[in-house]
Design a protein around this ligand. Structure first.
Ligand SMILES: NC(=O)N[C@@H](CC(=O)O)C(=O)O
Ligand SMILES: [Zn+2]
Ligand SMILES: [Zn+2]
Length: 442
């Protein structure tokens, strides 16, 4: 088999990046033409896909996915997580390093890369740990991971904060040599109760649960932007959750500091009131915050202070979630619902356009992770790595139909407007209305 067996495909009348209906011709895994030339250049035998009323975007890139393999294949595997990603319109995911073993060597990084290729639904880019074993004591083999086949550019101890300022400084200095970035789980462990499990405030007092104060996040972000300025390196703030963090980011960006940030769909849409029933499905780190924080996050995403949406898809098996609230595992699913949440909350409500969605779900995360091979513009010459969205389709989320192996889905029963219609990775359809297809490329 050669790679030339794929027939050409003409996507007809899609609203490209929300800028108006165009035809798009795809052949040999690439976009060949966009606009009037597309149908003119279509060879005999070209397949046609009517995309009337659909929006065509560059494939989504998730900067923050937990795939759980190696180590917790009962919660998720690279294959099942990749399927969920493709169904959600993603064509690339950054797989977090808090696996067992931890991705702190070139060998583990290459193993995750290869598992992703074998599954063939999305490009799986391993994130490298900042410190060995996520222990926060000694830097991991950052250079070896960067130079490995996995070409690691994003480093994170996610799940834990690199709280030692000296180590964080060294990590930032180190990754600059290969244009890497440190993605920080910003949370000063010294400013929170060891059993913290929700936002510290009036509600946590009423619920009798130990909480994290917003300032535990904000002081680390403030410190890290100053370290980024000092070292001239790039720092990325994972899952921003407070209005105060937004203020710090706005200031740092105005100073020209090389900082980027992501927000999760759940911190945009859900608030701490969900905890009133003590349902561990809503237990997540960082915690769901008050409404004023969620509103500040929405405004910051719309005005560019926050660069990207990232899911922090964090699957957990039932046995790890079904505990008293304080004992349950942190994290929630997010890959399959991210587009629906962003569409419902940001596009339907007039806060963002579809080209803004392309920016926050594809172009910005690709730039932050230095994934330069995908184009992300929907232009002739780019790889045909694309997502077709039906902006009007109303979906009621059904957790039982997820591709994920886990069921810790906070979106179950929610009605979302806007759904992924089709996902394409280098010309190959990987998902179509809930059905997914993998397969290694030839
Ligand atoms: N988000 C979570 O609540 N949990 C994540 C870790 C993390 O992102 O901090 C996990 O790995 O389960
Ligand atoms: Zn985290
Ligand atoms: Zn995470």
């Amino acid at each position: 088999m050669t790679s030339h067996t794929q027939p050409s495909l003409l996507v007809e009348g899609a609203d490209v990046l929300g800028d108006g209906a165009q035809d798009v011709l795809v052949a040999d895994g690439r976009i060949v033409a966009v606009g009037a030339e597309a149908s003119a250049q279509a060879p005999a035998g070209t397949q046609r896909l009517s995309a009337d009323g659909l929006v065509l975007l560059p494939g989504f890139v998730d900067l923050h996915t937990h795939l759980r393999e190696p180590g917790r294949e009962d919660a998720e595997t690279v294959e099942t997580g990749s399927q969920a990603a493709a169904a959600g319109g993603f064509t690339a995911v950054l797989a977090m390093a808090n696996t067992d073993p931890v991705t702190d060597t070139a060998e583990v990084a290459e193993r995750v890369l290869d598992l992703g290729r074998r599954a063939g639904y999305v490009d799986v880019h391993p994130v490298g740990a900042v410190t060995k074993g996520l222990a926060g004591e000694e830097l991991a083999e950052l250079g070896l991971m960067a130079r490995s086949r996995a070409r690691v550019r994003v480093f994170s101890d996610d799940g834990r904060c690199v709280h030692d300022a000296r180590l964080m400084r060294r990590a930032l200095e180190y990754v600059r040599a290969f244009d890497g970035v440190v993605s920080q789980h910003s949370q000063d462990p010294r400013l929170a109760d060891g059993r913290a499990c929700c936002h510290e405030g009036e509600l946590s007092g009423r619920l009798g649960l130990p909480g994290w104060p917003a300032v535990a996040e904000e002081t680390i972000v403030a410190r890290d932007v100053m370290l980024a300025r000092h070292t001239g390196s790039r720092v990325h703030v994972a899952h921003v959750s407070t209005a105060g963090t937004v203020e710090v980011l706005r200031w740092a960006k105005a100073q020209g500091i090389d900082v980027t940030a992501e927000v999760t769909p759940h911190h945009l849409m859900l608030t701490q009131e969900r905890l009133v029933g003590y349902d561990p499905t809503f237990k997540v780190n960082p915690p769901l915050r008050p409404t004023e924080d969620a509103e500040a996050l929405r405004a910051a995403l719309a005005d560019g202070t926050i660069d990207a949406v990232a899911t922090d898809h964090a699957p957990h098996v039932r046995q790890d979630k079904e505990h008293a609230f304080v004992d349950a595992a942190f994290g929630m699913l997010g890959l399959e619902t991210a587009l629906g949440v962003v569409s419902t909350l940001m596009v339907q409500e007039g806060r963002m356009s579809w080209s803004d969605v392309a920016r926050v779900m594809s172009q910005a995360p690709a730039r932050i992770a230095r994934l330069t091979d995908q184009g992300h513009r929907v232009q002739a010459g780019d790889p045909a790595t694309l997502t077709l969205v039906d902006p009007d389709r109303v979906v009621t989320v059904d957790a039982t139909r997820s591709r994920s192996l886990s069921r810790n889905n906070p979106w179950h029963g929610l009605q979302l407007t806007g759904a992924v219609h089709l996902t394409m990775l280098r010309g190959r359809v990987t998902a179509r209305e809930g059905l997914v297809w993998g397969g290694e490329e030839q």
